[in-house]
Design a protein around this ligand. Structure first.
Ligand SMILES: Cc1ncc(COP(=O)(O)O)c(C=O)c1O
Length: 232
């Protein structure tokens, strides 16, 4: 399906404060009227017409049960097309599995894709739940404070190698929350080098990639590594 590019200003002109408050979303209802739950990453933009239409069609057909295999297959193919068109990354849809959300994927990774107790290395500052989940399911958390160098938050490869010594799971968030920073190709290659040398695994959270203002500069981590993807 061809989708029109978003014009943010036009989209924002369709919503006003009154509507946002009456929508009742968590961000707008978690606090009192003089405050805003700005820490909650819910979009204020109206849902894209094509998404509204697809949801209405599915509900109209009574498609409210389990995920049918052909729908999962089409979604995986659409995801691969999006990655190729937006980021120039060609990936086989057969490697794409659908999961309900990022934290569910992270919990699945800790439970199924790495050895029990594998240490989790998390560059900080970080999106809060990544600090809590590993310990809750029996994994040691090793935080790795990033360095602020010339206005950029950078991961020091030497300290990363020390944290991943013996193998670990690196949580790599790109574009990064909360700094908003997009990793460069060189930074990703330096990280990939350490990951390979230490026999580690990467959990790449690229949830914010479609929002990257300079989308062309956003490089999905897997594009720069040669190892085959790990599947369950
Ligand atoms: C970097 C990052 N990952 C994950 C999430 C949450 O993802 P989900 O709700 O799909 O688990 C957020 C939400 O703010 C986020 O900023």
């Amino acid at each position: 399906m061809d989708v029109e590019p978003i014009n943010i200003e036009r989209a924002m002109a369709q919503v006003d404060l009154e509507q946002l408050r009456s929508r009742g979303s968590v961000k707008w209802s978690a606090t009192n009227d003089s405050q805003l739950g700005a820490f909650i990453a819910e979009s204020d933009l109206p849902l894209a017409p094509s998404i509204q239409q697809a949801l209405a069609d599915a509900i109209g057909r009574g498609l409210t049960g389990y995920l049918p295999t052909p729908v999962a297959r089409d979604t995986a193919a659409a995801c691969a097309t999006f990655q190729r068109r937006r980021f120039g990354w060609t990936l086989d849809p057969a490697y794409i599995e659908l999961l309900p959300d990022v934290l569910g994927a992270f919990a699945f990774t800790l439970g199924q894709l790495v050895a029990p107790g594998t240490p989790v290395v998390l560059p900080t500052p970080a999106y809060m739940p990544f600090l809590e989940l590993p310990g809750a399911v029996g994994h040691e958390l090793r935080t790795l404070p990033m360095d602020l160098v010339d206005g950029r938050f950078v991961i020091d490869p030497q300290r990363l190698a020390a944290a991943l010594d013996g193998g670990g799971l690196l949580v790599l968030i790109n574009p990064h929350n909360p700094t908003g920073q997009v990793a460069t190709r060189e930074e990703l290659l330096a990280i990939a080098d350490v990951v390979e040398r230490t026999g580690s695994t990467v959990f790449a959270d690229e949830i914010h990639s479609p929002w990257s203002i300079r989308a062309a500069s956003m490089s999905p981590t897997r594009r720069w590594t040669n190892a085959p993807p790990r599947t369950p």
